[in-house]
Design a protein around this ligand. Structure first.
Ligand code: PEP
Ligand code: MG
Length: 757
């Protein structure tokens, strides 16, 4: 590092601000001194500091240059005026003609009409806007990037002052009702099903930075690099010792590998180096970059960017721990039953905790496809996400319940509630054990009709469930899931390796490979957004594959090679026209021919089928059934298109019911036609996994169902308690009634006949 490149001006300012902060006097008087110093240093006529108060209001706390009468009087809401805009966007703003900006609002008490230019930056603390610092000039001044950078650096110091609780109470800093100690019920989204009870361990590390301003910038640069190297080493150790990476590999490894790549991202290190150059200590520089990135990307709706941001945050925290010498999570210090609470976390962070003690994970953010959720599911840990502001509503050690079933988190539940949940959990465990006992028994009705039950799988981990549930095989392997968790599109060898493992784990039981079904709600992070108005009905699944045949051909090639002579089942999704099936099958044939020419071993049998999920296809069964080896009804999409109701939109998704005479009649006609043509037909949508729906499906003649692994036990139990003849008779008797739903009638019937739904 060339010493000349370490600029001294911001460092001097920082040092002065730091001295004032550590000096005598009330918080208000010190803040006033700081605003004066900033104004003098940046040669501005005004410097003002606004602090965020409860209710997302920004209050003018100190000013040099505006009317003193406005202090503690002028208040702006988030998004209101230029100051509100800086806060709302969590980004700096520099305008030579501020009054021309459409968001400018004039506050007469401040006397700011004589100032034309304005530069402001958010005051960020732990990625949250806690205030705004702004300077103004009478002239139409063009503020430079260096000046913005300087004000941002000073804003870090201000953030510490605000967080210190001297200016406003800590209560007000919290974005909550602030009422501690009473039990709370918080809602969220379930990312991994299950019920967990334990003590909260707040993952959010709070770092006591101490010195923000570097005495010796060159030394700081050395510290930064040393910490970075140590962090990479530590990361490698964690990844190599992870319970998920030991041995067999799989998608989790890809997730962790992608994370390792983020760690080596040069841009991230460069930005931190720049902050050190401007005079911050190594730890303050890391914190600054972390905060800015969070503020910038936190609001992004791009899932890829958001995921990267969480990984970066994880890395930032790691680096801070290295620099500050804080010991990482002390595993022996953890309670016996841990519910981790975090804003978000990276997969490596989760793996740092002793997973045998983890009972649940609660996140303020995240998504079901986020890396941490995928890893948590693989570890069978219940996860609730989108639980708003949970971190500020709970303290370390408090009791907490994660109830994925009802998408809720109970904070500080009373003794009676805890007791009730302990009992529920015990009961669930007993039921699980009971289902496990059913594993080797046939799914046979009381009157001797056998139903074939398979599981739906996405990750390699799911394949273990074939054994634990006693399933007949995998009725739906969603091959896009491994594509979704990777950092880039997998090539043929990578896919081949994965499919080999899949077939090995299935151990001779059939696996229906559904070819890649991306688009719609299944986003590949590296493909970017397609920006479609109706993505579910847009360019997705087979439509993409027929337009870009290389994708499908590569997948089929990998599968054929992975089979090594074993049978394969290939299912094409979203087929709407018979010709599309023909075209897809032609691609499959080309790959088989290619493999033959190469002298490769061909699969013994290749069974080809379709996923029936577009109603148009159901009207072409005559032609279709002559061509396919099997049909699988994707009831999720089929219902969505049959009724024109978005399956993910809570306002309408429950408006129509598959348990209606029309929908059941429709499915029955499909089943009957397949039966007449001697083509095996199954149902693999969510309906097959709900005992009541499964009962009705068996009643209309379906003999093959495929479902998520946890559903297999309950569905098998239901089948073993029903008489096919009685159910069929009843279902047929209600098929003519014009109703949106016959759910209550079916429930009552099940109850009257002792069917375990
Ligand atoms: C379906 O549409 O019913 C189905 C099983 O596929 P997915 O849920 O993956 O779209
Ligand atoms: Mg579908």
């Amino acid at each position: 590092m060339n010493p000349a490149s370490i600029s001294t001006a911001p460092r001097r300012l920082l040092a002065r601000v730091r001295d004032v902060m550590a000096g005598e006097g009330s918080a208000q008087s010190r803040l006033d001194k700081i605003t004066a110093i900033i104004a003098a240093d940046l040669v501005t006529e005004v410097c003002s500091v606004y602090v965020r108060r409860a209710g997302d209001v920004l209050e003018l706390f100190s000013t040099q240059g505006l009317s003193p009468k406005a202090v503690h009087v002028t208040r702006l809401r988030f998004g209101e005026g230029l100051i509100g805009e800086i806060a709302a966007r969590a980004a700096p703003l520099a305008l030579s003609d501020a009054q021309a900006h459409p968001n400018f609002v004039f506050r007469p008490e401040t006397g700011e009409d004589e100032f034309h230019s304005l530069m402001g930056v958010p005051v960020l603390r732990a990625g949250r806007v806690v205030g705004v610092a702004a300077v103004q000039n009478k002239t139409e001044r063009q503020y430079t990037d260096e000046e913005i950078e300087t004000l941002q650096t000073v804003a870090m110091v201000l953030a510490e002052m605000v967080a210190g609780g001297e200016l406003i109470s800590r209560h007000e800093l919290m974005p909550t009702d602030g009422i501690a100690l009473k039990p709370l019920r918080l809602e969220g989204t379930c990312f991994s099903i299950g019920l967990g009870i334990g003590q909260a361990v707040l993952h959010e590390p709070s770092f006591d930075i101490g010195d923000l301003v570097a005495e010796d910038p060159e030394q700081e640069m050395v510290r930064l690099h040393e910490a970075f190297t140590a962090m990479l080493g530590q990361l490698d150790t964690i990844l190599s010792q992870s319970p998920l990476t030991a041995g067999e590999g799989g998608e989790h490894e890809d997730v962790l590998e992608a994370f390792r790549m983020v760690a080596e991202d040069a841009g991230w290190l460069r930005r931190t180096e720049e902050a050190v150059t401007s005079g911050l200590t190594a730890e303050a520089a890391v914190l600054k970059v972390k905060n800015e990135m969070r503020a910038r990307l936190g609001a992004s709706s791009d899932p890829y960017l958001r995921e990267r941001m969480h990984d970066m945050e994880d890395l930032g925290n790691r680096l801070l721990k290295q620099l500050l010498g804080t010991i990482t999570v002390d595993k022996d210090d953890l309670p016996e039953h841990v519910i981790l609470v975090a804003r978000n976390m990276g997969p490596a962070e989760l793996l740092e905790y002793d997973h045998t003690r983890l009972r649940g994970l609660v996140l303020e953010e995240g998504s079901a496809t986020s890396h941490v959720a995928i890893v948590a599911r693989a570890l069978d840990i219940p996860v609730m996400g989108h639980v708003r502001e949970v971190l500020s509503k709970i303290d370390n050690g408090e009791s907490i319940i994660v109830d994925g079933q009802h998408s809720q988190v109970l904070v500080r539940p009373g003794e009676d509630v805890q007791q009730a949940f302990h009992e529920t959990r015990k009961a669930l465990e007993q039921i699980k054990a009971q289902y496990a006992q059913l594993k080797d028994l046939p799914a046979k009705t009381l009157d001797g009709i056998e139903v074939s039950l398979s599981i739906n799988a996405g990750l390699l981990f799911d394949f273990d469930q074939i054994e634990t549930t006693g399933a007949n095989g995998v009725g739906l392997y969603r091959t896009e899931v491994p594509f979704m968790v990777r950092a880039e599109f997998p090539d043929v060898p990578a896919q081949r390796t994965l499919y080999e493992k899949v077939l090995d784990r299935a151990n001779g039981k059939p696996v229906v490979f559904r070819t890649i079904d991306v688009g719609g709600d299944k986003v590949l992070p590296y493909w970017g957004e397609l920006d479609e108005e109706n993505p579910a009905m847009g360019w997705r699944a087979i439509r993409i594959c027929l337009d870009r045949p290389a994708i499908l051909r590569q997948q089929l090639r990998a599968l054929i090679q992975a089979a090594q002579g074993r049978d394969i089942h290939v299912m094409f999704p979203m087929i709407a026209e018979v010709e599309e099936f023909d075209a897809a099958k032609k691609l499959l044939q080309r790959e088989l021919d290619r493999e033959k020419e190469r002298g490769g071993i061909l699969p013994e049998h290749v069974y080809t089928g379709v996923m029936l999920e577009v109603p148009a296809l159901a009207l072409q069964l005559d032609k279709l059934l002559k061509r396919v080896d099997f049909v699988s009804v994707g009831s999720n999409d089929l219902m969505q298109f049959l009724y024109a109701t978005d399956r993910g939109n809570a306002h309408v998704s429950e408006r129509y019911d598959i348990l209606s005479p029309f929908a059941l009649g429709f499915l029955k006609s499909v089943r009957d036609r397949c039966d007449q043509a001697n083509v095996p037909v199954s149902v693999c949508g969510a309906a097959a996994g709900n005992p009541l729906e499964a009962m009705a499906l068996v009643g209309i003649g379906f003999r093959r169902l495929s479902m998520p692994p946890p559903a297999l036990g309950p569905v098998k139990e239901m089948i073993r308690s029903m008489s096919e003849r009685q159910v069929a008779q009843f279902v047929h008797s209600v098929l003519e009634i014009p109703r949106v739903s016959i759910r209550p009638r079916l429930k009552a019937f099940a109850k009257d006949h002792g069917i375990k739904i």
